[in-house]
Design a protein. Structure first.
Lengths: 139, 135
């Protein structure tokens, strides 16, 4: 585990990724925010957070894409660009790997389940919460 | 075999204000912030760490969650400080305490030696208290 001071510097790099996930990011640029060499930053980041900076970035982009797919009416290509990818192919395959289904299918499935437009269906949250908060038992 | 805890709930008075507190004061990250059918906002936060535990920041609302009377009772209990948000761990309790105080976080107990480590006790902006522990 990183020391308090190192953790603060590391968090600065992590925050830089979170604040700029839609922009092109380089490991050396992110590592600079933490005053570390790219290799050292990569190693300590993975050690501290359990994922690499790139895995963290992909997770943020995919999570944002999931939200936009359901709550916005943008096309998949537009969402791909908005979350920071230039290649629709790369975005779709990363999305498929993370979520288990392609972006279009994800949108179609969740929209079909929801009773309201541009809202996630109750099935998107853990069933105990859906029951507690929304009074809905899973079908 | 159960391997970890994924979500636990903290009832808050206002989700926007609670998000500001947990994100901008405590330094947590947003897990989910989703609009769910039934005008429900699924909002989770988590500390920057390996931990997979997400805190669900939920407002106690009337039907179907609670009766009107129960929702009002829970809201007043939160304001009274009847609920604890849990234990947050830190590498250096004194330092983190000082940083949080500088950000305006209210503490009811400064860092104190306990049998299990150094602990300070703070309150979130709804009224839930939490421990800040260095083991």
């Amino acid at each position: 585990m990183a020391t308090n001071c190192k953790l603060k510097r590391l968090n600065a790099g992590r925050d830089h990724i979170a604040d700029n996930y839609q922009a092109p990011l380089s490991l050396s640029g992110i590592a600079k925010c933490s005053y570390m060499s790219p290799y050292h930053f990569l190693r300590v980041f993975k050690d501290t957070y359990g994922e690499t900076p790139n895995e963290f970035l992909i997770r943020l982009r995919v999570e944002q894409a999931k939200k936009m797919l359901i709550t916005e009416n943008f096309s998949v290509s537009e969402i791909c660009e908005k979350v920071g990818y230039t290649s629709l192919g790369s975005f779709s395959s990363l999305f498929l790997k993370q979520v288990g289904v392609a972006p279009t299918l994800y949108r179609r499935r969740l929209w079909a389940l929801s009773t309201e437009v541009y809202r996630f269906p109750s099935q998107a949250i853990p069933a105990c919460y859906a029951y507690n908060f929304l009074g809905k038992l899973p079908k | 075999m159960i391997t970890s805890i994924a979500h636990t709930t903290i009832y808050v008075l206002n989700q926007d204000e609670a998000l500001d507190f947990y994100k901008n004061k405590l330094g947590f990250e947003v897990g989910d912030d989703m609009k769910v059918e039934g005008d429900f906002r699924w909002l989770t936060v988590y500390p920057k760490s390996k931990s997979q535990l997400q805190l669900v920041l939920a407002e106690p609302k009337e039907e179907p969650m609670f009766t009107k009377d129960s929702a009002e009772k829970i809201r007043s209990l939160i304001e009274e400080g009847a609920f604890g948000a849990g234990v947050f761990e830190t590498e250096n309790c004194q330092k983190t305490y000082e940083e949080l105080v500088a950000k305006g976080v209210e503490f009811i107990q400064p860092p104190t030696e306990q049998l299990y480590g150094v602990e300070a006790m703070g309150i979130d902006n709804s009224g839930n208290w939490f421990s800040l522990v260095q083991r």
